[in-house]
Design a protein around this ligand. Structure first.
Ligand code: ADP
Ligand code: MG
Length: 701
């Protein structure tokens, strides 16, 4: 077989050679002809139009003009000499300036003849100037046929120092394109190309490097972005389908007595429509033959716990055990309490396993799990330990996934010969299209409705100047029997300083709210777990009025009587964190408040974040804003999905393309799951060339 010319080493490209090939690899990661082909410009110099001097703006990027040099002089200053030309067109005048090679230009520049100049303009002392312009006599300029839009490639200082200029890179790309042009096969099926009017692959590759116009450039980019997103979606989806076929799940055939009894007699409230829908989705999974891998998304307070409990009952009714794993002791304890409260009346036992359970209590629990007499286990990571053995674990529920790695999820699988059904619950809202890309291997359920009667948390932004007023407000609330959280940022890098802020804050709060009238708790990451637990319990049981804390309380804690959340240095928190923190209040019947204490000087970014919090309590809207502000890199799951290694598409800016790529990928797999249709052979071929490297998809070819 002929070697694929696309895989030829760049060392063999005319004008490159082994030395520069090594440089291209170490600096830009380019090894083969193909790499260079997919090394896209990060911008273009638009020489498709001429500007006039009157059109120039202070922010003009690089521009091209036609005019004459009418005057030339050398200006001497303390810092050195410079050559200054007065350049004029029909609309005005500007200066061209040279600091280097002044003699050379002085001798050659022709006064009164039309020149084409190109460069970046500066605005200085009320006039425009252009240092070291590219210039050429108009008469000469017109003789040459040239690119109107010139590519500018990403580069490094080392490359420019070694003489690898943009001009050279451009030349090399052109050579590679010339050589491979006829060997660039189409990689999308005709039907998709047709219905989206996408450019053919080879045309898109030419146009993205050397566009004939802005319009064609846009189409070339759209085509390549679509392809990139489409294939990632397709790869994720087909992996999921394959897994579903390969791994058989336990079949929960019946809705049995416990589920029905609980539903009819013990359910403390009517389920929301969203909760019912999600339960139907879960039941459909459990009753199919495939193993469930489902992500349950629901904003804080949307009622995920009851969905978990009902799912657990389904497992029990079919003769299986279930476990529920939480990221912290406090949360595990809370879940345990909630489950006990709901299931004790029915006489269904549950065990709590955390790091602090003593050995003598642990032994009988482990025995009961192993012989099947304990049907439900709730706990922390301790549940994952190898010595925790179930008789037949049928369902594992993981709460708050972002504290929980994919690897840990995998450990749950190993508890049985067959992996249990898995339900991952998260309160971090992720825009739906994005969620589909991030969790291509999970199915997604969404609780998009809060239980009725919730009063939205009233959120305000305050500064240090308002502090006395804020304290007065807290006292009023406490007098009404409410409780208050005061949260300080604790961010790893500056932990010592943050810790000092926290302790200073605690002291001033203790002074402002003196004992015995007021009781103040404190919880932070440097305390022992038992001490933390003790303080949490005191607050939870209403023995203390104020909880001063770091973000340890961020996740899931449910204390309905706490109705005020004060967040100190709120500008230092990210949006999703602020949203999580605010979610700690507004859980009871009372009006709740969130007071964001902002520093004196807020950056634009911080202001947007805080104003977003004041404006809305919709988790999805907040997530969208967060995504726009910080990009997708900070979203949980992005690291694992490989979606960050995108070469050309941008998850935020190219949302619509992503959505359409998702739909087309789903449709294609629905209509032709095995990819046997002749038209889909290009898809099949490309999919088989895609590989996962260190959680990143290498997808382009
Ligand atoms: P989260 O989704 O944040 O885990 P929880 O499951 O803790 O939310 O539920 C928050 C509160 O709402 C709990 O006190 C719970 O009892 C209550 N709740 C859940 N679903 C409903 C419902 N359908 N109607 C009324 N209250 C509900
Ligand atoms: Mg919860």
């Amino acid at each position: 077989m002929q070697p694929d010319p696309r895989q030829t080493s760049l060392a063999y490209l005319k004008g490159v050679g082994p030395g520069r090939a090594r440089l291209l690899e170490s600096e830009l990661g380019l090894k083969t002809f193909q790499d260079l082909l997919y090394f896209f410009p990060n911008r273009y110099i638009d020489k498709s139009r001429y500007y006039t001097i009157s059109e120039l703006e202070r922010s003009s990027a690089e521009v091209q003009l036609v005019g004459k040099i009418v005057h030339l002089k050398t200006v001497e200053q303390k810092r050195g000499k410079r050559l200054v030309a007065t350049f004029r067109d029909d609309t005005g005048e500007m200066e061209l300036v040279w600091f280097r090679s002044q003699q050379w230009f002085r001798e050659r520049l022709k006064l009164g003849e039309p020149y084409v100049i190109f460069g970046r303009v500066n605005w200085y002392n009320g006039a425009f100037s252009m240092p070291h312009p590219d210039l050429e006599l108009l008469s000469k300029h017109e003789q040459q046929k040239r690119l109107r839009m010139q590519p500018v490639y990403p580069s490094t200082e080392k490359l420019s120092r070694q003489g690898v200029s943009n001009r050279l890179l451009t030349q090399w790309v052109a050579t590679v394109l010339g050589q491979l042009r006829d060997g660039l096969p189409e990689t999308l099926p005709e039907s998709i190309l047709g219905s989206l009017r996408l450019l053919p692959k080879s045309r898109a590759l030419v146009q993205i490097h050397f566009p004939d116009s802005n319009a064609l450039l846009a189409r070339a980019q759209a085509r390549l972005k679509f392809e990139e997103l489409f294939y990632i979606q397709l790869a994720l989806l087909s992996k999921k389908n394959e897994r579903k076929q390969r791994i058989k799940g336990f079949l929960f055939e019946q809705v049995g007595e416990r589920f029905t009894t609980f539903y009819e007699k013990y359910l403390p409230f009517d389920l929301t429509e969203a909760q019912k829908r999600v339960l139907r989705e879960i039941r459909a999974d459990l009753g199919s033959n495939a193993q469930m891998n489902r992500l349950l998304q629901g904003d804080v307070g949307s009622g995920k716990t009851i969905v978990a409990v009902l799912s657990i009952l389904l497992a029990l009714d079919n003769g299986y055990q279930a476990c529920l794993v939480a990221p912290t002791e406090i949360l595990a304890q809370q879940h345990f309490n909630a489950v006990r409260e709901l299931l004790d009346p029915m006489g269904i036992p549950a065990g709590l396993l955390t790091g602090s359970v003593r050995e003598k209590d642990r032994k009988p629990m482990l025995a009961a799990l192993a012989d099947g007499s304990l049907p439900i286990l709730i706990g922390t990571h301790a549940v994952l330990e190898a010595r925790v053995v179930f008789k037949n674990l049928g369902l594992a529920i993981i709460d708050e996934q972002h504290r929980f790695g994919v690897a840990q999820r995998a450990r749950l699988w190993k508890k049985n010969e067959r992996p249990p059904h898995i339900l991952v619950m998260t309160a971090t809202p992720i825009p739906r299209t994005l969620a589909m890309s991030l969790y291509g291997d999970l199915d997604i359920s969404l609780i998009d409705e809060l239980p009725p009667g919730r009063k939205p948390v009233r959120t305000v932004l305050r500064s240090d100047a308002d502090r006395l007023r804020v304290f007065r407000f807290l006292k009023d609330e406490i007098a009404k029997g409410r409780q208050v959280y005061i949260v300080y940022p604790l961010i790893q890098e500056s932990e010592a300083m943050d810790y000092k802020d926290l302790m200073d804050g605690f002291e001033s709060i203790s002074r402002e709210f003196p004992q015995p009238a007021y009781q103040v708790s404190i919880v932070h990451g440097q305390m022992k777990p038992e001490a933390k637990e003790y303080e949490m319990q005191r607050f939870a049981s209403g023995k203390t009025h104020i909880m001063v804390a770091t973000t340890v309380i961020e996740v899931g804690v449910n204390i309905p009587n706490a109705s005020v959340m004060v967040i100190e240095s709120a500008e230092r928190f990210g949006l999703s964190q602020l949203h999580q923190l605010r979610g700690r209040v507004g859980r009871g019947a009372d009006q709740s408040y969130c007071i964001l204490m902002g520093g004196p000087k807020l950056s634009e970014d911080a202001r947007t974040r805080l104003q977003t919090m004041v404006r809305t309590s919709d988790g999805f809207e907040i997530a969208e804003t967060d995504l726009k502000l910080r990009g997708p890199g900070n979203l949980m799951g992005t690291q694992q999905s490989g979606i960050l290694s995108l070469r050309i598409a941008d998850l935020v800016r190219d949302r619509e393309l992503l959505q359409s790529a998702c739909q087309f990928a789903q449709q294609l797999l629905r209509e032709d799951p095995a990819l046997t249709h002749p038209e889909n052979q290009v898809v099949r071929a490309k999919l088989s060339r895609m590989e996962v490297f260190k959680n990143r998809w290498d997808y382009i070819s």
